[in-house]
Design a protein around this ligand. Structure first.
Ligand code: UT7
Length: 336
């Protein structure tokens, strides 16, 4: 039976490095508040004047991943694109990326799982590969969130957190009897709390989907009940960890590194305390990139591979919770 393995990763960040200090030009905030409450020191944003979409960042990360996997773009038989900040309302960014990769007919599927895009994407890729429906799948998580943030003081609770960026992974089947690849996954959603983290307009349930009144009310900017999302993450992430470990027939000690979604360093620290984990078992890079939503986990994976923190024979647990709300975990073991 084929095992689903990751054979190449890549990441890409836009040029503009936005420090906490730089944000004080736009809103009433401080480096001290941002570091203490979130752990973030800087993030990368696309230019304020626009012109760069999620597929533009995504394609750069994809080219690196494809090259490292030893693939040619024509080898890809499915693209999965995860984003909450698509280039266009429709069609999906996956189609735009497909064209930018120089491809002609390759199917492209957009998924809208926000911070858990990589987790849902991995489970989906695993099913496609094990069923024989696809052989080589390109996953891309990319965000241009700076374009939709309210960077005035009104929107500061969200604006200071979110960053732009992209992370990609080449996923394929490997014929082996070894216990490697995706060893287990556990995914969930709870739409009851959908409106606690959302961007409401433009929306097809509003007619017109956007107008001046909506914009004056700021309903075209994302909104978040930060305290509720924080509480949900701290409650649900330990639970889903135990669930996925049980599904994979593993215990926490079998995991070499946990790569969580980077939403707030305090969430990951609370998780470490709840699971009784040493801090160095958890990968952090929120300080450098902020919360890059669908790009966050693949970007962190690419960095952890580069730093040799994971690789041959190592077992990783990916984990996250975000808008939807959706949450989940996936366990992955690198082949030797
Ligand atoms: O990836 C998607 C999932 N999202 C998350 O996981 C986010 C989870 N939530 C959080 O990370 C935190 O709730 C935040 C970092 C968003 C906010 O931290 P908090 O400790 O919950 O702060 P708060 O919203 O309760 O605000 C506390 C105070 C308020 O002032 P008053 O009312 O106490 O005077 C805010 O107006 O901090 C103020 N504040 C700020 N001050 C300076 C809010 N944002 C800022 C800011 N700079 N950027």
């Amino acid at each position: 039976m084929k095992k689903t393995v990751i054979t190449g990763t890549g990441r890409f960040l836009p040029n503009w490095r936005v420090t906490n200090q730089e944000l004080t030009k736009f809103m009433d905030t401080s480096d001290e508040w941002i570091r203490q409450r979130t752990g973030i020191k800087q993030r990368y944003w696309t230019p304020l004047e626009g012109g760069v979409g999620a597929s533009d960042l995504g394609v750069e990360s994809a080219k690196i991943a494809v090259d490292r996997a030893g693939w040619k773009p024509e080898d890809i038989d499915l693209i999965i694109f995860a984003t909450l900040s698509p280039d266009l309302f429709f069609p999906g960014s996956g189609c735009l990326l497909q064209h930018k990769m120089g491809l002609k007919n390759t199917p492209a599927l957009d998924i809208r799982q926000q911070c858990t895009g990589f987790l849902y994407g991995l489970e989906l890729a695993d099913a496609y590969i094990k069923s024989g429906l696809a052989k080589k799948i390109l996953f891309v998580g990319a965000e241009v969130q700076s374009a939709i943030l309210d960077i005035s003081t009104r929107g500061r609770n969200m604006a200071v957190i979110f960053g732009d960026g992209a992370g990609a992974a080449c996923i394929e089947g490997l014929d082996t009897d070894e216990q490697v690849g995706i060893l287990g996954s556990a995914l969930h959603s709870d739409g009851e709390t959908a409106e606690s983290l959302m961007m409401e307009a433009p929306s097809c349930r509003l007619k017109p989907p956007i107008d001046n009144k909506l914009m004056e009310q700021g309903r075209h900017f994302p909104s978040m009940n930060g305290k509720l999302i924080f509480k949900k993450a701290v409650q649900l992430l330990p639970k889903v960890t135990n669930e996925v470990l049980e599904k994979a027939g593993l215990v926490l000690e079998d995991i070499d590194l946990i790569i969580p979604h980077q939403a707030n360093i305090r969430i990951n620290q609370a998780y470490a305390r709840a699971m009784n984990l040493a801090e160095d078992k958890i990968y952090h890079n929120i300080q450098d990139y902020g919360n890059t939503t669908a790009a966050s986990i693949p970007l962190a994976l690419d960095e952890a591979i580069e730093k040799n923190q994971v690789g041959k024979g190592k077992t990783v647990l990916f984990l996250g919770l975000g808008a939807g709300i959706t949450w989940g975990a996936v366990i992955y073991r690198f082949p030797e």
